[in-house]
Design a protein around this ligand. Sequence first.
Ligand code: ADP
Length: 224
Amino acid sequence: IRRYSAVAGKDPSIAGIEDIVAVASGKGGVGKSTTAVNLAVALAKTCQLKVGLLDADIYGPSIPTMMDLCGKPEVMSALEKLTRGVAWGSVDILVVDMPPGTGDAQLSISQRLKLSGALIVSTPQDIALIDARRGANMFRKVEVPILGLLENMSYFKCPHCSEKSYIFGHGGAQKTAEELDMKFLGEIPLELDIRSSSDEGCPIVISAPNSSAAKAYTDVAEKV
Ligand code: ADP
């Protein structure tokens, strides 16, 4: 059982929660939320941990746009309510889906939640990897241990002939992880079932636990 907070010498910042682990990305759309949900389920199922899941992407909610609402919410007080205002019970790991990016908001969340670790998600594209580097620098600045870099949408596996196509390039994330002295957590393929299961509200680790994609997430859970 992981005890990052103990290793880092930090007291848990929310009563009842041992460790708070962020899933972060330098930019949006790389699969951060998809990773957060599948990792949370994999940690619960495979590692038998009591897991909480928090959507902290409170800076980019879609509802105000869809409902034509304006005004500035008090964001940090919302975070307080979502964390210390919730009866979490006893939780081993709280997985936090961070807002994308590497600005003051992310820094502030990292410090307020006293993160015990952060996992960075990137696609293989150079531009996404540059942003991933910024993410790594940000976490180092606030002394949050980086659990590793996970490459999402690594390759497309043809459902007809099973050939792998490296649509966004290949090998870049592993190289970046080595350069930045981070653990490389593996490759998650670009797969229709990952997207459709998420859209249906049943992450692939639950809907198709024996699929290779689910196994890829389980491997990540075992590595972090
Ligand atoms: P982020 O949180 O980084 O903005 P999301 O997790 O919301 O990204 O993913 C963006 C879109 O890409 C979603 O529609 C999601 O279902 C899809 N997606 C993410 N990862 C994969 C994958 N490995 N294979 C197929 N679709 C994916």
